[in-house]
Write a protein of this length. Structure first.
Length: 139
C-alpha cells in the first residue's frame, strides 16, 4: 500500500498532481471516444481542419487526474459536476490539476471532494468541476 495515500494523509488544500497533467486532445483519442459512445455526429468528424472534440472527452482525462490522487483501490465515484467553458479543438493540449476542497465522514465512510480545472496551453480554463469520492480502504 505504500503507493497509495491514506485518508488521514490527505488534507484540504492538497494539490494533485504537483505539476499539472498534460492531455492531448488527439484525433485518435477523439475517434476512440466517439466509437466507444456510438456518437456519429458529423460535427466531430469534420475534415476541414476545424474538427471539434465532444465536451465529455473530460471523462477520459478525469480518469488520469483521479488516478494521480493516489487513493487506494475500492473507492467509489459518488458524484460529479462539470462545467464546460468552451469547445475543444482536436490537436489542443490541456493542463489538468485538482485540489482537495473538502473531506468528511458520513455513515462511517470517508469522503473526499476535489475541485479541478482543465486549461488550454494559453492558460484559459476550458473545463472545471467538482468530484466527490468515497475513499478506498486504507488497509
Amino acid at each position: 500500500m505504500a503507493d497509495f495515500k491514506r485518508y488521514d494523509e490527505v488534507a484540504i488544500g492538497d494539490l494533485y498532481p504537483p505539476e499539472p497533467l498534460r492531455f492531448e486532445v488527439s484525433a485518435a483519442v477523439v475517434d476512440g471516444f466517439l466509437a466507444a459512445t456510438g456518437n456519429d455526429d458529423p460535427r466531430y468528424r469534420s475534415a476541414d481542419g476545424s474538427r471539434r472534440a465532444p465536451s465529455m472527452i473530460a471523462s477520459v482525462y478525469l480518469i488520469d487526474l483521479l488516478n494521480a490522487r493516489r487513493s487506494p483501490p475500492g473507492g467509489i465515484h459518488a458524484k460529479q459536476a462539470l462545467r464546460f467553458h468552451r469547445p475543444l479543438a482536436v490537436g489542443e493540449t490541456l493542463k489538468i490539476q485538482a485540489r482537495i476542497v473538502d473531506k468528511y465522514v458520513r455513515k462511517e465512510r470517508p469522503y473526499i471532494v476535489s475541485s479541478f480545472e482543465a486549461r488550454s496551453e494559453d492558460g484559459t480554463v476550458v473545463a472545471s468541476g467538482r468530484v466527490t469520492s468515497i475513499w478506498g480502504r486504507d488497509q
